[in-house]
Design a binder for this molecule. Sequence first.
Ligand SMILES: [Fe+2]
Ligand SMILES: [Fe+2]
Length: 260
Amino acid sequence: MLKLLFIGDIVGRPGRDMVNQHLAKIRREHGIDFVIANGENAAAGAGITGTIARSLLEAGIDAVTLGDHVWDQRGWETDITQIERVCRPANLPPSNPGWDHLIIEARGFRLGLFTLLGRQFMGLKADCPFLCADRMIEQLRAKTDAIIVEIHAEATSEKQAMGWYLDGRVTAVLGTHTHVPTADARVLPKGTAFICDVGMTGPYASVLGREIEPVVGKFVDGMPRRFEVATEDVRLSGALIEIDASMARAQKIELLTVLK
Ligand SMILES: [Fe+2]
Ligand SMILES: [Fe+2]
């Protein structure tokens, strides 16, 4: 039995502090073998930098994934090529820099991993995530013992569709991007763990991690404002998955929430 913790979008300094303060203890207490985290909002809520990516890896994260905010920070397009355990979404144009997948290893078990961007209500242009998933699985099957897929998307329908599409072909399909944890964690009939969204790691007294007042104000009058990262009610949110190592099937998935 192997255990994987998949941490949802780390937002700004509050999210990074949560990882620094709690991850080592969570790893120990739950006997976790692999930790993957989405870092697309790690730098002040928008994108990531080389320094921040390295600090997350040093804090005990084994692999950092990204989403539609992948290119928000200047210089990251060169930094990403220097860091081995970070990958960008797989269905971006092939000319985009960075790895389109990662393989991490623990106790002799090789876990393949890639992120798919959804195409419903998303700003960044990406190739079909379903056909990309087929391609990536084909490529990773021989080199890995199990595959984890992150579906970084807005629409619950697109995420659920991906879960069913990949059921039995990968060990987990885990949703990110909406920053709101969902109550639908389950193992699908053919052994794939699924959840629509694992939630965010950051301040929950907020609108998706940002200060409430300016966001509400913008909805009310449409005037532009700066959306700073909020500070209160900070939580770490993720999914804990138990993997049957012999069959690469998920045995169990549950939402994990850690308060500050
Ligand atoms: Fe995000
Ligand atoms: Fe996102």
